[in-house]
Design a binder for this molecule. Structure first.
Ligand SMILES: CC(=O)N[C@H]1[C@@H](OP(=O)(O)O)O[C@H](CO)[C@@H](O)[C@@H]1O
Length: 479
């Protein structure tokens, strides 16, 4: 269907956005066609609300949750450290059984733009400089292959853990190409389902859509909570149903230690009858940029680090421990039926969070400007905001050095950078080989010190183990 500019004159004016067409006379035929196509995809009716809502939300003081939050009592948090061997083995057994019966899928949140890391390509394509040169995507793909193999060898099955990958306009095409070029890292292409989340316009503080170019609106993904709309838009729940997937492990792309479809976590959540779950680690320091799992007005949920007052984050208990210490590592468990409920009843109730960003724009003279301070509002939904609709939410505390080392920032920054990610993985693998009985030696044959657990320290040796060899440090038993 052909679209005409006239179709947008009136609606954009009545939405208070007539300026989007201000450079129309300067656009060539081709640019006009592309722009019209973009405009056609905008929800023009919702645009006015979106712009006014964004400006209003950015101008009003953020909702202070601090008076309403309380920590989750420790007895409501499952814990790897505090559980006996029997429980851990039982959860792992249950998780592997579900995996072997094709009941488990994984879903990757990979629509972000990698702004903090400073790359122009999807974060999953990042190579942190491991001896193997593997990227995050490759490590994750190989962990899926391994967990399938572990479930199969235990249960004599030939199972599949489908990999759903939520991308955005920024990341879909490069991710698809990358997977294809790498032969899907040995996975069956039909078991990898990529889909796109929606984009929404970035808005100025006075509620005007930002033009990135004379014929292009500055669009941004709708946050990782855009997942629920994207599941509907792309019929992902139907795909899960067709495959018999009952449980989904949802995770962020940037954690180099992520355990894909972790059977212990899946087994824990399933055996507790949970519909929703979150993995947490003990926060390292009060201002660590991680959300905290807590209760707000009695309901379990995550409060994001950007939305908590420093004095609350710094509260300590009698033993000096942080009161709000359950750090969200963006590893979530959902049952398909809970996601179905969210899709049908709750997804439109998700809160919109305000993010103030530097958004490149064209000024009134048509000159492109890269702002040095925040000039725009991006509205984002958060993936964990559905926890409050859960009937049985569980949190599961895991060991940081085994499960959490996110890649957020570029090298040179103090934390969560390529070096810390690489060191965490190599140190973990040194620990694995030493606990399997190996002694690491230096080039003179002298034993090396045992690896430290801090991501800030260099590992004693460049010891990397392929996920195809070991998933969580288990040693292959040779018959
Ligand atoms: C909306 C959202 O999911 N925020 C998550 C996510 O933070 P980002 O700063 O958005 O990457 O990952 C953190 C863990 O790396 C987690 O603590 C936080 O709550």
């Amino acid at each position: 269907m052909e679209v005409h500019k006239d179709a947008f004159d009136l609606p954009s004016t009545s939405a208070g956005q007539a300026h989007v067409l201000q450079f129309w006379p300067e656009l060539c035929e081709e640019e006009r066609d592309v722009f019209l196509e973009e405009l056609a995809q905008l929800d023009l009716k919702g645009l006015k609300d979106h712009c006014e809502g964004a400006a209003k939300a950015a101008a009003s003081p953020p909702d202070s949750l601090d008076q309403h939050i309380e920590p989750i009592p420790p007895e409501f948090i499952g814990s790897v450290k505090k559980s006996g061997r029997d429980s851990l083995e039982e959860w792992e057994r249950r998780g592997l059984l579900e995996i072997s019966e094709n009941c488990v899928g994984v879903l990757l949140l990979a629509g972000g733009q990698g702004t903090r890391l400073g790359v122009q390509y999807p974060k999953g394509m990042y190579n942190v400089g491991l001896p193997s040169g593997k990227t995050l995507y490759q490590i994750q793909a190989e962990r899926i292959r391994k967990i399938q193999e572990l479930a199969d060898s235990k249960h004599g099955s030939k199972c599949t853990v489908p990999w759903y990958i939520m991308t955005s306009e920024f990341t879909l095409a490069p991710t698809e190409t990358f997977f294809k070029e790498n032969n899907y890292f040995g996975l069956e292409p039909t078991n990898i389902v990529m889909f796109e989340q929606r984009m929404i316009p970035a808005v100025t503080f006075d509620g005007k859509v930002i033009l990135k170019d004379k014929g292009k609106i500055a669009m941004a993904p709708d946050g990782n909570g855009g997942l629920y709309q994207a599941l509907v838009d792309n019929k992902v729940l139907e795909d899960m149903k067709k495959r018999g997937v009952k449980y989904l492990h949802v995770y962020c792309v940037d954690n180099i230690l992520v355990k894909m479809a972790d059977p212990v976590f899946i087994g824990f959540c399933v055996s507790k009858g949970a519909d929703c779950g979150a993995k947490v680690v003990e926060k390292a320091y009060p201002t660590e940029p991680v959300g905290v799992v807590c209760r707000v007005r009695g309901v379990s949920q995550v409060v994001e680090y950007s939305e908590v007052q420093p004095q609350t984050a710094e509260l300590r208990g009698p033993g000096g421990e942080l009161v709000y210490s359950a750090g969200n590592i963006c590893n979530h468990f959902f049952t398909r039926s809970f996601l179905q409920d969210v899709a049908e009843k709750y997804k439109d109730q998700l809160k919109q969070h305000v993010a103030l960003k530097k958004v490149p724009f064209v000024d009134a003279h048509g000159v492109q400007v890269k702002p040095s301070k925040s000039n725009g509002i991006k509205m984002e939904k958060f993936v964990f905001d559905v926890f409050k609709f859960s009937r049985n939410f569980v949190a599961f505390e895991v060991v940081r050095e085994d499960e959490f080392s996110p890649l957020k920032n570029a090298d040179g920054s103090a934390t969560d950078n390529p070096t810390t990610a690489r060191n965490s993985l190599l140190a973990q693998h040194c620990r694995w080989v030493t606990s399997a009985g190996a002694t690491l030696l230096d080039k003179y044959g002298n034993p090396l010190p045992l690896p430290s657990v801090s991501a800030d320290d260099s590992p004693p040796a460049q010891c990397e183990i392929s996920p195809l060899v070991s998933y969580f440090g288990e040693v292959r038993t040779v018959c």
